[in-house]
Design a protein around this ligand. Structure first.
Ligand SMILES: Nc1ncnc2c1ncn2[C@@H]1O[C@H](COP(=O)(O)OP(=O)(O)OP(=O)(O)O)[C@@H](O)[C@H]1O
Ligand SMILES: [Mg+2]
Length: 498
């Protein structure tokens, strides 16, 4: 760029500046009379025409730059239909033009002949439309969020994999194997659970408990157990399903959970919990029917301890499990598998330990479970519920009672006793808390350990374990892991093939 060009540019720029700073306009205001009806401004010239009371009025003025608000459409430059025509311009004396008179339209919408109804409509109408639009927006947003959440879930539980899980030739065992090797360690995907549950054919009722009925059902030729809760018991159903699906809970000595389903038949909701079926039924049923050998006793006791140790144990890591306390351990809630080992069942009252915050996952109530099996501190309500280990100690007390039920049925040396519930000789058949408390806490009585058990190593060890499960002081009791180790050693000493 040469000097001449630069000079020309400077002149143009200064000219522009000058035009901005000193714009001359026609002015009809009285104070402009002395300046010859002119004014000077840094903003705009404005001309406006109006009809007031039938009289034409032409106004010309200067508007200062700072009054030109909002930018682009200053209020001073707006016309008002039927009232005023306004024109702003930005060159010297540009407002000398004569504007047309504002046109008065008396048709609908002109606003001049509006009655209160029309005025209300004009005000309320747009507000109403705005509300509808906002509502519509909200509905669409929520729908989108839900669809998104659903999509997320489906991505996690991709139904296109359903054929993999539910291929015609798959048995339940295959299915469970698939999930234990490929799954998250917390159970079958929910859509598979639902499909399995809805293709089960119920066969016969096998038991009735506090929360509902237990049925034997058939799925692809195999047996399954179906616990059916009434709709009143939805919370129990939900809680039990939730606990069974705790990550990494699966263990050979814990009842194998298959599916949970809530089926609405129009009138009520059927709540199903599907699990492995064990034809021997509960340990209570089994001991009532059969006596056991020393080997059989150790096998039952060791497997029950293994199940409880796994339940109690916290496993750290992303694929870990929290510590869980059962809170309703008894011979009716332990099932006997075909190979005569135990599977701990009925996890509906269990509590989980959140070790990071050292809290328990639900607000635990003082006394749950079965009165006969309640530990002294539960009967007396002195249990420290903020301390998770107290619940484990209460489980150990109940395990000791279960061991007593088993050991009584041990036919060592040809002697064995008939089946009895713990405290059968001390409390009535359906004891109250008060009756249990008197015996267990006040009189500090425990089930009888016969002297002749001392003559058999296995029964002696079992008796010792029981005593150490029954201490009044929960913290002094054995742990499930300790019991498991003692019984493992006993099985070695007894030359058992386990
Ligand atoms: N998976 C299963 N396989 C075989 N039999 C089972 C199974 N689950 C439960 N049963 C049988 O059904 C019975 C009823 O079980 P349920 O858990 O509903 O009640 P309960 O344990 O007898 O009493 P409670 O309500 O106090 O726990 C059991 O005692 C057992 O005989
Ligand atoms: Mg039960």
């Amino acid at each position: 760029m040469d000097t001449r060009q630069i000079l020309r540019l400077l002149i143009v720029l200064s000219g522009l500046n000058g035009a901005c700073d000193a714009l001359f306009c026609n002015c009809t205001a009285p104070q402009c009379e002395k300046d010859g009806y002119k004014c000077e401004t840094n903003g705009a010239c404005v001309a406006s025409t109006s009809v007031i009371k039938g009289q034409e009025q032409h106004v010309r003025l200067c508007i200062q730059k700072e009054d030109l608000v909002p930018p682009g459409q200053p209020f001073y430059c707006l016309s008002a239909e039927g009232l005023m025509n306004t024109h702003c311009c930005y060159s010297d004396y540009c407002n000398s033009i004569d504007l047309r008179l504002p046109t008065v339209t008396n048709g609908p919408g002109s606003g001049q002949d509006w009655g209160p109804v029309e005025l209300t409509a004009v005000v309320v109408g747009p507000v109403f439309v705005l509300c509808v639009l906002v509502l519509l927006g909200l509905v669409l947003f929520q729908h989108h969020q839900r669809a998104y959440g659903h999509r997320q879930r489906l991505e996690v539980e991709d139904p296109s994999t359903e054929h993999m899980f539910l291929a015609k030739d798959k048995t339940l065992q295959d299915l469970i194997y698939d999930l234990s090797t490929s799954g998250s360690g917390s159970g079958l995907p929910l859509f598979v659970q639902r499909t399995v549950a809805r293709t089960i054919v119920l066969q016969e009722i096998i038991g009735k408990g506090r929360f509902g009925e237990v049925w034997r059902g058939k799925w692809r030729g195999g047996d399954v157990a179906v616990k059916i809760f009434s709709s009143r018991e939805e919370r129990s159903w939900f809680r039990e399903a939730e606990i069974y699906q705790t990550i990494m809970l699966r263990h050979e000595n814990i009842l194998g959970f298959i599916a949970a389903d809530n089926k609405d038949n129009g009138t009520w909701t059927q709540l199903w919990l599907v699990s492995d079926y064990h034809e021997n039924g509960s340990l209570f049923d089994y001991l009532n029917r059969y006596s056991v050998t020393i080997e059989g006793m150790i096998k039952l006791a060791l497997s029950a301890a293994s199940g409880l140790a796994h339940l109690h144990m916290e496993i750290l890591g992303t694929q870990g499990k929290p510590g869980i306390a059962h809170r309703d351990l008894k011979s009716k809630n332990i099932l006997v598998k075909k190979n005569c080992t135990c599977a701990i069942a009925d996890l509906g009252l269990a509590v989980r330990h959140e070790s990071v915050s050292d809290t328990i996952d639900i607000a635990p109530n003082q006394r749950v479970g079965t009165k006969r099996y309640m530990a002294p501190e539960v009967l007396e309500e002195t249990i420290n519920m903020r301390h998770f280990d107290s619940f484990k100690c209460a489980d150990i007390y109940a395990l000791g009672l279960v061991y007593w039920e088993i050991a009584r049925r041990c036919n060592a040396g040809g002697i064995h006793e008939e089946y009895q519930l713990p405290y059968y000789d001390l409390v009535p058949s359906d004891p109250s808390i008060e009756e249990m408390r008197k015996v267990v806490c006040d009189q500090r009585l425990r089930p009888n350990i016969p002297n002749w058990w001392q003559s058999y190593e296995a029964l002696r060890v079992m008796g010792k374990i029981m005593r150490e499960c029954w201490y009044a002081n929960g913290a002094a009791r054995l742990t499930a892991l300790r019991i498991k180790k003692t019984l493992s050693q006993l099985s070695v000493d007894e030359d058992m093939k386990i």
